[in-house]
Design a protein around this ligand. Sequence first.
Ligand SMILES: C[S@@+](CC[C@H](N)C(=O)[O-])C[C@H]1O[C@@H](n2cnc3c(N)ncnc32)[C@H](O)[C@@H]1O
Length: 233
Amino acid sequence: MSFINKIKQSISSMGKVYPVKNRNCTEFEIDNWELSKFVLDKLVPVVGVHPYPLNEQLLMAGAVCWSKPDYVFEWGTHHGKSARVFYETSKYFNINCGIHSVDLPDAISHEEHPGNERGKLVNHIPEVQLHQGDGVKISQEYLSKYDNNTRVLFFCDGDHSFKSVIKELEEIEKIPVKKYILLHDTFFQSSKSNYNIGPYKALLKFSSQDRYKKVHTNLGLPGMTFLYPAKQS
Ligand SMILES: C[S@@+](CC[C@H](N)C(=O)[O-])C[C@H]1O[C@@H](n2cnc3c(N)ncnc32)[C@H](O)[C@@H]1O
């Protein structure tokens, strides 16, 4: 029996089913029923359904279970809801991963800056390290010493302008680790909606987009996209 199967068996023996299907195939696949139970039982009571509705929580938790990252690097922290989703998922499914969450320094003004409430849902959890600075720069500094054997899940939820998101994607691409990327606010609607489709346009323009496969939650706002390497190793 393979090591992975032993882990899966020990998890199921504790009454949990690991919610990933067909990991030896080419496409991302989760067990929607199992993961829905986890989202409803463990995530929604802590983080509610705003800003991440149920389908996005499924994708966030699914991305963690599917990629089994050594690290999650995410920005911005805000109150810590997304960091808490990543923490609860990794803890519940026994995925050993460090979570780093970045928000802007207090002195920098941003319409969504959380002020004194920064990280309030995670600031008591030792596995979640909070930083202040620019999300992608801090990730680059921390991860420059790692290589392709290190699996990192990035979650970009900072400034949602086209310019910021395309810059973040291109900078993430330079980091020498194995990359999995979740992007928030990627829903597309035509111009009469007056929605901000900056993140959607950045995704289309991302020069390395062909190196990744994509999973979108396309039902409505805010929208989330998961990018994972097209070539598995
Ligand atoms: C939409 S909120 C993030 C929501 C958050 N992930 C949650 O769980 O609720 C956007 C946050 O990104 C922060 N931010 C904006 N630009 C940033 C950057 N370049 N680096 C880090 N944080 C940034 C803002 O201060 C704000 O707190």
